[in-house]
Design a protein. Sequence first.
Length: 272
Amino acid sequence: MALQILDGAIGTELVSRGLTLDAPTWSARAIRQAPTLLAEVHAAYAEAGATLHTANTFRTQPRAFGDGWRDALTDAVRIARDAVGPGPAVLGSMAPVEDCYRPDSSPGKEARAEHRQVASALADAGCDVLLCETFAHREEALVAAEEAMATGVSVWLSLTAGPFGELRTPGELASIGKDAASIGIDRLLVNCIAATRIAPYVEAVAALGVPTGVYANAGREDEALGWGATSPAAADAYAALAERWKEAGASVIGGCCGTAPLHIQALADRFS
């Protein structure tokens, strides 16, 4: 299977370009307050070589965004589509309804109705893929994937073990992935684990035999792999780590928090 290049971080890239972001809306703030800047980020990833682009819908959900969430979601998809032009796929992001790194706060199966609303809105907005991403809670991950699949749009599920692998072992993440594979998702990914620590998780998930992808975060700032002052050397170091992910079987590779267009360019240069 040919390797595809996914884009990199949106939220931390907006911050590096001067936008202040706060919880609970985080990067969704840009949809209303800085749409031109948001479009520039999407366009930069397209220019860097990404052919898969995630719309800025991670926090355009009823619980986080509140009134107007559906309009904001639709606008986020439109901004991404217009910025990357015809050809590249646009993925609609579906996030946990609470803190990604606090699976203990997840409502689990009780989040089904909220995920149904978001999945339906993303499908109506014309997304090519629904990406349920950064899930660490088994039951919520599965109900989000089920509701996304009910739309008829291709569904990818991306799991996290926390920024430094503190929430789940590779085996535990693969166990969730096995359940997800059994319901028929199209791709299983791992995201937002430090690039220096994510390989065992990629290998555990790839061993399930389903199409696999990965987009890591840049790790600790002292690892010098990314964040606000990304250099070509940092991007090349990230891409070098991605060699192991590709060898494990990942056929989609991109970047998460702390990565930037330079990281995606380094991946495209190395693998495309």
